[in-house]
Design a protein around this ligand. Sequence first.
Ligand SMILES: [Zn+2]
Length: 125
Amino acid sequence: MPHPLPEGPDERYAAYLAEGRICIQQCGDCQRHVFYPRLFCPHCHGSSLTWREVSGKGTVYATTVIRQRPDKGGPYNLCLVDMEEGVRFPGRVEGPAPEDVKIGMAVAARIKQEDGNPLVVFDPS
Ligand SMILES: [Zn+2]
């Protein structure tokens, strides 16, 4: 019987997302949070990473407007959000006009189904 490949951190992250949970890793050695998912802590190289769900609270660190023709869906926002846990997530802020998304804006993460895939997006909070 062939053994299945061990599940990698990216697969685990995607599986949590599919369950409706946004999870990141926390290092058992230095206690810092880790994102993107990895096998080893980027801070101390420890390997005792465990998963926990994020609060979802964050602030916009960087924002940009992607210009698109209206028939392609119109302009949209792309941003980097500093989460309360100290990790940085890529995503987009939905709700305000893309150019009204400002650095320092308080946002909350949510999972949106898009084209059948779960995606992390942010709402102003
Ligand atoms: Zn560590």
